[in-house]
Design a protein around this ligand. Structure first.
Ligand code: SAM
Length: 214
């Protein structure tokens, strides 16, 4: 799937109150699960219009430098508008990044968040390995996404995952050498009268734990 779908949706993405509610639910769950503070260097991957990051900043009362990555030019244009209008901190960076096809930037982050993105990623192990590489020592990864569904969620052209089995995702996170993997209920999305549950998976950079094992 190309980026056209999200390019077209970007300008009106925030007009949907359900998207705002879902993002706030995800941010609330992330805030409850991991430490957040003025020094937390945050990467939101597949940030879209950064609804989750905006809610995180509001709930944390401040955060370290924010980096927003998305491979959709339309989404990145909205992000730049938000920075320009003061809706996001002025030092926020916007990256054109697709970790399936580009190497992991060599910069450490204390927290990587991704909401409703991983089901669009075909090569999950490659992207999880890139996240593990970008996490600072002891840093945290938070992934919100759909539980396994019957394929009815996407009505547009779609070649990604029909949600995830929690056990299989936990195994994939282990295989990326992340530790302390936890997967809990987070929020839900209702479409055409069907409710799709959304989980939050959290994990921690594991180099220190791996070294201790040896
Ligand atoms: C369903 S939207 C979610 C947007 C936002 N995270 C939210 O919760 O409102 C998925 C986002 O992931 C982005 N995306 C999809 N595949 C990507 C990839 N391989 N690399 C970077 N971004 C990607 C899309 O452009 C889109 O902005």
């Amino acid at each position: 799937m190309g980026t056209e779908h999200f390019d077209d949706k970007a300008a009106t993405w925030d007009d949907d109150p359900e998207k705002v509610r879902q993002a706030e639910d995800v941010a609330r769950a992330v805030s409850a699960a991991v430490p957040l503070g003025q020094a937390t260097r945050l990467l939101e991957y597949g940030a879209g219009t950064a609804l989750v990051t905006q809610a995180l900043i509001a709930s944390a009362g401040g955060i370290g430098r924010v980096t927003l990555a998305d491979n959709s030019a339309g989404m990145r244009a909205v992000l730049r508008d938000k920075i320009g209008s003061g809706a996001m901190p002025p030092d926020t960076r916007v990256w054109d990044l697709d970790l399936e096809n580009q190497p992991a930037p060599s910069e450490p982050f204390d927290l990587i968040v991704s909401s409703m993105v991983m089901h669009h990623v075909r090569n999950l192990p490659v992207v999880l390995a890139a996240f593990a590489e970008m996490l600072a020592e002891g840093g945290h990864l938070c992934i919100a996404d759909l539980d396994r569904e019957d394929g009815s969620f996407h009505t547009h052209d779609f070649d990604g995952h029909h949600g995830f089995d929690r056990g299989e995702l936990a195994t994939a996170l282990d295989q990326a050498r992340l530790v302390d993997v936890t997967i809990t209920d987070c929020t839900h999305i209702t479409r055409e009268g069907v409710t799709y549950p959304v989980f939050l998976a959290t994990a921690r950079e594991g180099a220190a734990a791996t070294q201790d094992d040896h």
